[in-house]
Design a protein around this ligand. Sequence first.
Ligand SMILES: Nc1ncnc2c1ncn2[C@@H]1O[C@H](COP(=O)(O)OP(=O)(O)OP(=O)(O)O)[C@@H](O)[C@H]1O
Ligand SMILES: [Mg+2]
Length: 236
Amino acid sequence: MAGIGELATGMAHEINQPLNTISLTIDNIIFSLENKTITETYLKTKVNKVFDNITRIKKIIDHVRTFSRDQDDFIQTSFDINSSINNCISMLSEQMDQKEIILTFKQSDDIPTIIGNIYRFEQVILNLLVNAKDAIDEKKKQSCRNFKRKIDISTNLNKKHIVIEIKDNGIGIKPEVIDKVLLPFYTTKAPGQGTGLGLSISYGIIKELGGEIDIDSKPNIGTAVFIKIPVQEQTK
Ligand SMILES: Nc1ncnc2c1ncn2[C@@H]1O[C@H](COP(=O)(O)OP(=O)(O)OP(=O)(O)O)[C@@H](O)[C@H]1O
Ligand SMILES: [Mg+2]
């Protein structure tokens, strides 16, 4: 896991790239304006390129905000994991319906509350659910048009840990890159689509709770992400 410094360096680099593209693209537009060679199609393509790159920068900044601690991020409360997950599900339910993904949640009744920052915890669940949705989308694009798209979430109490599993039947992760997915800026998504920060930030947040993230994946079968959080003595 990267420290804040490493992340900041990476972020500067990652933002620089789309900025250069924006600047070059605008240069091209000005050049063709001056030469009076500009066409509507050309302009549209170039403007879209600028937009895509702005979106990319915005996404990077949004993600890193979860790292930069504003006041809300310091607030530690006791919260219920199941209701927090239900909250995330409702935030994404429309997108899931649109993609025809069936999302189930099997919640254990004996999950103790934990003390932490609920906003950051929900950020993790949202990141993982969006990854699962994207993986299913990718599988649909690449090959299988007709498969029953599924994301299954469950919570369990396992001795001294709370285990949250988020399982999808999407494209999966190749064994040769599975060690890379937690690294900041590792992404297989198209430019403007992913920053590659989601998992590394999620890992950092779960670490703060004393927990772990494990990933089990098979190409073309799907991925299961396990979050293990130790039960906190004071809240048992
Ligand atoms: N459930 C999953 N199934 C298949 N591949 C996954 C899954 N989750 C993550 N990955 C792979 O790991 C990479 C890194 O994930 P991460 O969430 O860190 O970044 P991202 O999703 O690419 O970008 P962002 O989170 O900013 O949208 C993804 O690009 C994808 O290749
Ligand atoms: Mg992601």
